[in-house]
Design a protein around this ligand. Structure first.
Ligand SMILES: [Zn+2]
Length: 346
């Protein structure tokens, strides 16, 4: 790892302003930040072209161009909705196909913080086998496109390594030195995760410089996502899932009570602070984004209505019973929501 920031990488903090506004959180409540997202591998069971165009859906149903079409349409339809996106290889292809009017609309979504770029590399890079040099270069390539196409608000502030199979201290140090504000991980060793959950240490400062470079330049706020990068059990509303939708109409299928109480049970677990992230999406989700967004709209409104009049409990947020405020997206800026983390030296 180079001891100082790579010369071709300008520090992010200086380069990008704060874009969009923070959600108004409620002190004393457990603030659950739903993160609508799709995880689009840049090549896995299909090639990058097959994934983009939706070819060979008999191998795996996935068409990223339709995901981006559908997500952007749903964001434009309802100002409260938000989304995070990571894989620039696909976004760059889609961008090239768009007319100027659509590009303007997307830039506005980004400036308002309603479409937030995370990670920002050409792909979500491997940390086990890659040398640091191509890791830095692919991040640089993706970020250069984002800066040119979307402006300063398109530069991600949060590293989003939710599917690499293992993580390296050196990569965390690189993210810190590049100026990222935080790093989110999906896959960690199951024994480590279990231990961290029991100690409520799923969030920490990773002192990634190690013994050879103990300077704070390589410290980075790191969060381990609660459900790898999936939604909690029973709350998957994509066309690729089969969980029941939220039905709040006068119907024998009405399930609002059950959905709300089940969600509150799930939310009040495992974290020490009163701000938690909850990913809502998975592999190649949101090809029909209406399913996800309309059900999350209902979940948010029913949960917030149920707890709206409750008295917040002071003390350890983990023990707060069923007092939750839900937001959609914009969770990732430490200046918005990330509380004082557990300090862990590694
Ligand atoms: Zn993946």
């Amino acid at each position: 790892v180079p001891p100082s920031p790579h010369p071709i990488l300008p520090p992010l903090a200086a380069a990008s302003p704060h874009c969009g506004s923070c959600p108004s959180t409620r002190p004393g409540f457990l603030n659950v930040h739903l993160i609508p997202h799709t995880h689009d591998d840049v090549g896995w069971l299909k090639t990058v072209d097959q994934y983009y165009y939706g070819a060979h859906n008999e191998v795996q149903h996935a068409g990223v161009r339709y995901i981006l079409d559908s997500v952007v349409a749903q964001l434009l339809a309802e100002p409260r909705r938000r989304f995070v996106y990571a894989e620039v290889a696909f976004l760059e292809r889609w961008w090239k196909e768009q007319k100027e009017g659509m590009r303007r609309a997307v830039r506005t979504l980004v400036e308002e913080g309603r479409l937030e770029l995370v990670g920002g590399g050409w792909c979500m890079g491997d940390e086990g086998a890659a040398h640091y040099s191509p890791s830095v270069e692919q991040l640089s390539l993706g970020r250069r496109f984002l800066r040119e196409a979307l402006g300063p608000c398109g530069i991600p502030r949060v590293a989003w390594q939710i599917d690499p199979f293992g993580h390296s201290r050196q990569m965390a140090a690189i993210f810190a030195q590049m100026g990222y504000d935080g790093l989110f991980l999906g896959r960690v060793d199951y024994q480590d995760k279990k231990a961290r959950e029991s100690r409520q240490e799923m969030e920490f400062i990773w002192r990634a410089g190690g013994a050879s470079d103990p300077s704070p330049d390589s410290d980075i706020f790191t969060g381990i996502l609660p459900n790898r990068y999936n939604p909690p059990l029973g709350f998957c509303w994509d066309q690729l899932c089969s969980d029941p939708p939220v039905v709040d109409e006068d119907s024998p299928e009405n399930n609002v009570e059950a959905v709300v109480s089940s969600f509150l049970r799930i939310a009040a677990q495992r974290f020490r602070t009163n701000h938690i992230v909850m990913t809502m999406g998975s592999d190649f989700h949101y090809e029909n984004a209406e399913l996800w967004f309309s059900n999350m709209d209902k979940l948010i409104s029913h949960v917030n209505a149920k707890v709206g009049t409750a008295t917040p409990t002071v003390g350890s947020p983990i023990s707060v019973p069923a007092v939750v405020t839900l937001f959609e997206g914009s969770p990732l800026h430490p200046q918005c929501s990330i509380p004082i983390p557990v300090l862990t030296l590694q």
